[in-house]
Every structure is written in structure tokens, then in C-alpha cells.
Write a protein that binds this ligand. Structure first.
Ligand code: 3PY
Length: 253
């Protein structure tokens, strides 16, 4: 059976002290209040990974994720961070291909293909993000865009490797805008993603892949979104910066 996951993408937010306060609140709340089987992933900025990881203290429900990695193992790439470095400080997950990376850092499917490979080789679980812009949705290109992102950025991995991948559907028009896809809109795309996996791999791979929804998910809409048959949790932006909201989302299964 596929995993339910709620991952918090803190993006470029928080100072060291604020990050420590947030993680300790989340640890306590999740410990005290969450009875479901959802796996929680916290993805703080790079400088806080070690300290947030320490604060998790081997908590079996909460895991550590990064927001990006470089595609090369090591070398003269000033300012970059490799997948092996992340692994060495206890990171288990890495978000790849977030639309903000695609938009502001020109990450394309070819580059993401290399990053996915690097992450898997280092033993990390990629959370591979895909999603269409508003313009593409209005031009009825959503499925085409999703199919291309999957084919070019992700579907090069073997069956065995694919079993370790998590996908996040994040419509760009819903990221940081306060607009959420309706549960029907999200479900429709999630079902399409599962169909593509079945086509490219097989029915078992499709059934076993965790597909998260991202894009202004909050405590008010999470339950409705997570009740859809093909939505297995969320990649949460703004609401992951508030321990109360984030924990309420984790409880929404
Ligand atoms: C959002 O919900 O805004 C996100 O970008 C989550 O990654």
C-alpha cells in the first residue's frame, strides 16, 4: 500500500532560532495529536538541516527533507550542495523541480533528469514536482505539460528506482497565490499521473506511487483534498510555517 505523506516546504524562510522553535513545536504537536499513519517530512533551508534533524531526534513519524540538490557528486560548483552531502547529514527526501526552481533558476526537464539520478544514487527519495501554469491550463494544455514533465524529467529511472520516487502535483497558478485547485481539478490530474505511470511502468507501480498535492493547501481544504482517491497527501508551502496549521493538515486524513 502506498504511503500517506505530508511534507512541509519551508522555502527561504526562518532564522536559525525560528527554525528551532518551529521544529520543536511540530515535534510536540505531531507526537501528542497525530494518530494516523501519515509520514511527516520537514524541508527546511540548507543551513538548518542538521539542527532540525537533531531536533527530530530519530522520531519515527517525522523525516528530514531538503529543497534541492546539485546533479554532480562533488567538485568546483561554488554555492551548490550535493545529494551525498544531504544524505550525510541525515536527509532522506529531496524536493526536485519545484516550479520556483524551474521559473527562477531555469531548471528544465533535462537538468531535473540528472538531479533525480543523483538523488537516487545517493539514496535519497526525490519528491518530483510537476504542474502547469495558468496560461497552459486555460489553453487546455495541462495533460500535455504533465506528460512531458514526467517523460523528460522522471520516466528514465528503472522500475526499481521508480518505486522510491514521490510525485507532487503543484499547479503553478495555485502556488503562493492563495488559490487552490478544487479537489475535482486536483483529482483529475492525479488520476492522469497514475495512468501515465501505469503506461510507462506497470499497474503495480501506479498503485504504489505516492502522489502529493501542492499549492495553497491549508487546514480548511486539506481534508477534502486528501479524501480524493488519488491524492496521498500534500506538499505544503505557507501553512507549513505555522505549527498549528501544519499539524492540522497532518491530521486531515
Ligand atoms: C505551496 O503550497 O505554495 C508550495 O509551493 C508547496 O511546495
Amino acid at each position: 500500500m502506498r504511503k500517506k505523506i505530508v511534507a512541509g516546504n519551508w522555502k527561504m524562510n526562518k532564522t536559525f532560532d525560528e527554525a528551532q522553535a518551529l521544529v520543536s513545536e511540530v515535534v510536540n504537536m505531531v507526537q501528542d495529536e497525530v494518530n494516523n499513519q501519515a509520514e511527516v517530512v520537514l524541508c527546511p533551508p540548507f543551513p538548518f538541516l542538521s539542527s532540525v534533524g537533531k531536533a527530530l531526534g530519530g522520531n519515527s513519524k517525522i523525516h528530514l527533507g531538503a529543497q534541492n540538490c546539485h546533479q554532480k557528486e562533488s567538485g568546483a560548483y561554488t554555492g551548490e550542495v550535493s545529494a551525498a552531502m544531504l544524505k550525510s547529514v541525515g536527509v532522506e527526501y529531496v524536493i526536485l523541480g519545484h516550479s520556483e526552481r524551474r521559473q527562477y533558476f531555469n531548471e528544465d526537464n533535462q537538468l531535473l533528469e540528472a538531479k533525480v539520478k543523483a538523488a537516487l544514487q545517493a539514496g535519497l527519495i526525490p519528491i518530483f514536482c510537476i504542474g502547469e501554469s495558468l496560461e497552459q491550463r486555460e489553453q487546455d494544455l495541462t495533460f500535455e505539460v504533465i506528460e512531458t514533465q514526467l517523460k523528460e524529467g522522471l520516466f528514465h529511472v528503472t522500475n526499481e528506482e521508480f518505486a522510491r520516487v514521490v510525485i507532487a502535483y503543484e499547479p503553478i497558478w495555485a502556488i503562493g497565490t492563495g488559490k487552490t485547485a478544487t479537489s475535482q481539478q486536483a483529482q483529475e490530474v492525479h488520476a492522469f499521473i497514475r495512468e501515465q505511470i501505469a503506461r510507462h511502468y506497470d499497474a503495480a507501480a501506479a498503485a504504489n506511487t505516492t502522489i502529493l498535492y501542492g499549492g495553497s493547501a491549508n487546514p480548511g481544504n486539506a481534508r477534502e483534498l486528501f479524501s480524493q482517491p488519488d491524492i496521498d497527501g500534500g506538499l505544503i508551502g505557507g501553512a507549513s510555517l505555522k505549527s498549528r496549521d501544519f499539524t492540522d493538515i497532518v491530521k486531515s486524513f
